[in-house]
Every structure is written in C-alpha cells, then in structure tokens.
Ligand binder design. Structure first.
Ligand code: 6GU
Length: 250
C-alpha cells in the first residue's frame, strides 16, 4: 500500500512513522509512506497556505490553489488513483471498520488541515472526510498518523502473528479480555487458575465471558452491534436486571 500525506508539517511524521511496526512495514516494503510539503505548491514569496475567511470571523482558512495543485500533482505520481481523505473534525468518525475499508485501497492520500479548516470548494477533491473523535486537534497531522497506524497494521505481513488482528477488541465488536503473563503471583494477585490449566475450551469460554462482562461495564453501546449467542444475551439481561435492583453507587 502507498500512503501519501499532504501537510505543512512533514517533520511531525518522522518519528512515529519510522518506529516499531510501521517502520518495519516500510523497511519490508509492505507500506510505502511519503510526505509532501504543501508549501512546495505555493506561489508567493512567503509561501502562504492560509487566508482570512470571507464573511469575517476568527481564524484562518486553507487557501484552495496550493491545495488543488498539490493534490493533482500527488495523484499523478502513480497510475493508481489515490483514495483521497481530508482530515477534519467535521468528517465522518473513524473506527475499526473504516480502517478495514481503507486497508483495501492500493493508494491513500491524507490531506491535513490546519487553521479553522478547508475552503469548502476544495472538499470536492476528497473521496471522504474523516475525524478521529469528538475533540479538536490543532491540525489533521496526528489524525493522519492515527489512521495510518490503524490501517497499516491490517496489511498482510505487518503483524507477526496473523491471528492477532482477528481476536482483538472491535473486530469481535467486544472489548478485549484481560491478559496476563508471568509471574503467576504479582503483588499478592494471582493469575486466574483457568488460564494456567491448559484446558483450551475452558480458557476460550472464560475469555469470551470476560470480554462480554467488560464491554457491558464500560462500553454497553458496543453490545448492540456485537455478535452474541442467545445465552450471552440472556446473561446480559440478567446482569442488567441485577444492576437495576442494586442501590445506586456514588
Ligand atoms: Cl481529523 N482534525 C482536527 N483538527 N481535529 C480533530 C480531528 C481531525 N479528529 C478529531 N479532532
């Protein structure tokens, strides 16, 4: 997969995109990652990328001309169309299923906004607009890194253990079950007996129950879309009834 990023801060990407699994994926040729400095497509002495908004108001807006020229030039780098994603807090919320969708593209171009946002006319250059959550960042760069990380780890060969992307939180629709490693006792806390007995059916059942329990406690909203057995649904209803009959915690 080829990932291009258009930004006025290419240096922000250096550490995160060269470290650990992403760095290794690039070394192995599984991910080609390139940054492009938007200022290279400006035409004035000051290399200006923003301007004040028509109609007044606070902040600055990304100028359309450099952005348009840059996107066209980056598109032309390869024969394949780059699926073009604008990163903006008003975009569709990015999640694991969006990561899976993006990982199917041969090329993706992330366009990072700064200032108050993009000139609305440039949004027609985007195949989609994404946000990484309900909070405001100073720019799309960190969001582009978050999305690249989530997508790159889904590419074949990037994770050492191919199963690790299957069982984890969100692909099952549930939060992940608790994990333990040695020692068997740490600060007087024992690793659950079931995990040390080598009965894999029991381990599987315990992990599944813990995943459902944790999801009910912390992210009950996720249960609506999780694939649950009728036994699990019945158990959840009993847990909820039990919680309803308990006095409120403060
Ligand atoms: Cl994609 N950009 C900015 N500036 N803020 C955000 C965001 C993106 N996603 C969440 N907050």
């Amino acid at each position: 997969m080829i990932v291009d990023v258009l930004t006025i801060f290419p240096e922000m990407f250096e550490g995160p995109m060269s470290t650990s699994m992403i760095g290794l994926a690039r070394e192995r040729g599984l991910l080609e990652f390139r940054t492009h400095d938007l200022r290279d497509w400006t035409s004035d002495r000051h290399r200006t990328t923003d301007d004040s908004p028509y109609g007044g108001g606070p902040g600055m807006v990304m100028k359309p001309e450099p952005l348009g020229r840059a996107i066209e030039a980056i598109q032309d780098l390869d024969d394949e169309h780059a699926h073009t994603v604008f990163l903006t807090p008003s975009g569709r919320r990015f999640d694991q299923s969006t990561a899976e969708e993006l990982s199917a593209h041969d090329r993706v171009l992330f366009v990072c906004g700064r200032y108050e946002g993009f000139d609305a006319r440039t949004l027609s250059l985007a195949d989609e607009e994404l946000s990484i959550g309900d909070y405001v960042l100073t720019g799309g760069e960190l969001a582009a890194m978050v999305v690249t990380d989530a997508v790159a780890r889904l590419l074949p060969g990037v994770l050492g253990h191919e199963d690790s992307a299957v069982d984890e939180s969100f692909s099952t629709g549930l939060l992940e079950y608790p994990q333990y490693t040695r020692p068997a006792v740490w600060q007087d806390i024992e690793v659950p007996e079931v995990l040390r007995n080598g009965d894999h059916a029991k381990i599987e059942a315990w992990r599944r129950r813990k995943a459902v329990e944790l999801t009910l406690a912390r992210r009950p909203d996720l249960l609506e879309h999780a694939e649950l057995t009728s036994e699990e649904n019945a158990w959840i209803e009993r847990e909820k009834d039990h919680a309803d009959s308990q006095p409120e915690e403060d």
